[in-house]
Write a protein that binds this ligand. Structure first.
Ligand code: DX5
Ligand code: ZN
Length: 232
């Protein structure tokens, strides 16, 4: 199965919780990943920061590649870097199944989306809280996922910005069958069900998992809360 098919198969019928590995114990990466697999995770979210597009540095291709070797789970790579086109191929080769990049970081997303499609890797466009949906609306048919940030990209542990809910609801209202809606930043037990109610189905969670000692319990509770949003 191609990377893109692995992502599309996961789809968005049910809420999917994606742990963001920003706050994991990198000295025990294998143990962390086994714990997430044992907790029933369906995909992992990898945050790549360059210290230029965002005022923070995280990790790059070698860590994505190392994680690829440790797990068969689909890898959702979130590029918070300037000029993402320059590194697209490297992140494809590192084993990403989905690559998303920020609308604020490119003049025109179209060639990058086309490149990902051609490589059979799923593609995502990302908007920060201050960026209007107008920046991406003409490109939503050419990508597989829209990632709506509910914090300014750059750091884990920030407070949820509800502006994301309006954006999610607005795109969800367009009923684009093919488009996966993902939300990232400040998603926790208090905010997750509103995100699902607004239309998000992929929910990135960092601190609300990694600040807990029992990942299985944390993810189970998040899943229960997320499902409440489906019936609301
Ligand atoms: C922020 C990252 C997020 C972050 C989420 O720039 O894109 O993925 O790690 O962490 P929490 O859930 O703690 O906001
Ligand atoms: Zn992220």
């Amino acid at each position: 199965m191609s990377s893109r098919d692995r992502i599309l198969t996961l789809g968005s019928a049910e809420p999917v919780i994606l742990p963001s590995l920003l706050m994991c114990d990198f000295g025990n990466l294998e143990r962390e990943i086994r714990a997430l697999e044992d907790a029933g995770c369906q995909a992992l979210h990898l945050d790549v920061m360059d210290g230029v597009f965002v005022p923070n540095l995280s990790y790059g291709m070698p860590i994505v590649e190392a994680i690829r070797k440790l797990t068969d789970l689909p890898l959702d790579t979130h590029l918070m870097i300037q000029d993402p086109g320059k590194y697209l191929e490297a992140f494809i080769d590192a084993g990403s199944d989905l690559i998303s990049f920020h609308a604020e970081a490119v003049a025109d997303p179209a060639p990058l989306l086309a490149k990902l499609r051609q490589a059979n890797v799923a593609s995502g466009l990302v908007v920060n809280p201050g960026t209007s949906l107008n920046a991406v609306s003409h490109h939503l048919d050419a990508c597989d996922l829209l990632l709506v940030m509910s914090v300014d990209a750059g750091f884990g542990g920030q407070a949820f910005n509800p502006v994301a809910l309006d954006k999610l609801a607005s795109v969800a209202g367009e009923r684009r069958e093919h488009l996966i809606l993902e939300v990232d930043g400040g998603v926790n037990l208090d905010t997750i069900s509103e995100c699902v109610r607004a239309g998000a189905r992929w929910l990135v969670v960092g601190s609300a998992i990694f600040r807990q000692s029992d990942y299985t319990a944390a993810i189970r509770l998040l899943q229960e809360q997320a499902r409440l949003g489906l019936n609301a």
